[in-house]
Design a protein around this ligand. Structure first.
Ligand code: ADP
Ligand code: MG
Ligand code: MG
Length: 251
């Protein structure tokens, strides 16, 4: 089984005023099959961690490392990261004009596996996954995320997650903007991916709501670019009651 190790990670972001240090020494190890919730106040650096793992060009790893089974992820291109088994769902999913959802999924699957999936079995898999996520079949022939509502984009992310069967997934605020019914459908999809493929999950969320449906094994609280506290699911319960105030006293 695989392991994703983040070691003393420092990351800066490119801004108009120059580079700004955001992550200041993050240590985190996720094994396949584990779910880690990354929580914390707005601006604490949660998305920065996601972008650094994804290889977003504006985010520079200034020191430390991200290792997937001992291999340095920060030296991989974005496509290589996907081939190595990483799945990154961003807070603001991109639209891809001129590329249908079905073609995108097949191309991504082919790139990741190194060979095209057999067409019949694949079509069936896509249809089943879309049915499970209560997505109308018309979404297969629509351009990726183009004109999708916020909730539809989130479902589409989970569709990708279920079909591309990565080793590790980073989901950034997948719960934001979802009503309860959509949250349940999306969470069921994530739980299927966990059950079926032993997915290792980094679930980034400001709110505890999604953790009622996707149970974390570990909870880490980000404050000011570092992990300020970690624990088990009970830490999320405490945050639900108390909020983040006690972490911000001398911030
Ligand atoms: P979170 O996801 O926890 O809300 P972020 O990682 O988005 O936090 O942001 C952490 C800090 O980095 C914030 O102060 C934010 O303003 C800053 N930051 C992130 N991205 C950029 C950017 N592209 N330009 C300027 N500042 C940024
Ligand atoms: Mg935020
Ligand atoms: Mg964020």
């Amino acid at each position: 089984s695989s392991v994703l190790e983040i070691k003393d990670l420092h990351v800066s972001v490119e801004t108009e005023q120059g580079a700004k240090q955001i992550l200041r020494g993050v240590d985190l190890t996720i094994k396949q099959g584990e779910t880690h919730a990354i929580m914390g106040p707005n601006g604490s650096g949660k998305s920065t961690l996601a972008y650094a793992i994804a290889g977003h060009p504006r985010y520079e790893v200034t020191s430390g490392s991200i290792l997937l089974d001992g291999e340095e992820v920060t030296e991989m291109g974005v496509d290589e990261r996907a081939q190595a088994g990483l799945f990154l769902a961003m807070q603001y999913p991109v639209e891809i004009p001129g590329v249908t959802n079905a073609n995108f999924l097949r191309t991504a699957k082919t790139a990741i596996d190194g060979e095209a999936p057999a067409i019949r079995g694949w079509m069936k898999e896509v249809k089943t996954a879309m049915d499970n996520l209560r997505m109308d079949e018309s979404f297969a022939s629509r351009n990726v995320n183009e004109g999708f509502s916020g909730g539809e984009k989130k479902r589409n992310e989970i569709l990708q997650l279920e079909l591309l069967t990565p080793k590790f997934a980073v989901l950034d605020e997948t719960d934001s903007g979802l009503d309860v019914d959509a949250l349940k459908i999306v969470s069921e999809g994530v739980n299927r991916a966990k059950d079926n493929t032993g997915l290792g999950l980094m679930l980034i969320t400001h709110y505890t709501r999604i953790l009622r449906y996707i149970k974390p094994d570990f909870v880490h609280v980000f404050v000011n670019g570092r992990i300020a506290e970690q624990g088990g699911p009970e830490l999320a319960d405490r945050l639900e009651e108390e909020g983040y105030d006690r972490f911000l006293v001398d911030a």
